[in-house]
Write a protein that binds this ligand. Sequence first.
Ligand code: SF4
Length: 230
Amino acid sequence: MSYPSLLHGEARLRRITELLWAEYGDGSHHERTRLRRDPLASLIKTILSQNTSDVNSDRAFANLTEAFPTWQAVMEAPEGDVADAIRAGGLANIKAPRIQALLRSVKAAHGALDLSDLSRMDPGEAREYLESFHGVGRKTAACVLLFALQQPVFPVDTHCLRIGKRLRLLAPSCSADAAHEVFDRVVPDECKLELHVSMVRHGRARCRPSKPDCDGCPVARFCAYPEITG
Ligand code: SF4
């Protein structure tokens, strides 16, 4: 059963973040550090995650880094070998040339396979730069900015969009693009990483697209799902 929350605005968002992070964060100070990634690895990992499940994209990334010891080796390998390595992630024949073209662009622009220069750009400029690569959209750029560069942006994946609507943080008809604008604006900067990570874990574990497991949900009191579904 859900009932109206007495909290509004920022206080409500902070409480939702606290409750979800208490359930899904590992409770240690190391979690933030563990979630950090090298910007280039983060970019490739998020390209691999497009249009597939988390399990499959994790496997594809692991297979890719196992098959090729360096990003230079990935860039120089025959396209078919890269596609074979990432086959588990789906759309391998599209993602392999995309990743290799990205690596060539990075090498040409930076003289090395390294995107750490992005940390010296402001978030808007870095986002625009990342989105200039073919196949890199708003969510992918936001993941790199949040995880690798510790910028206060909020990536919106399908879990965040669905849960944001169920928790009445987003309007029912809100698009993913509009949701990026909303979350960037309303989620306090220091909550962005925890809320994003918690929402993804909550979506995988419990708040599934159909038949969510609502019994014992830590944020049920804020949820409109029973009303949405009647
Ligand atoms: S698990 Fe159920 S109660 Fe919890 S947020 Fe999802 S739909 Fe709402």
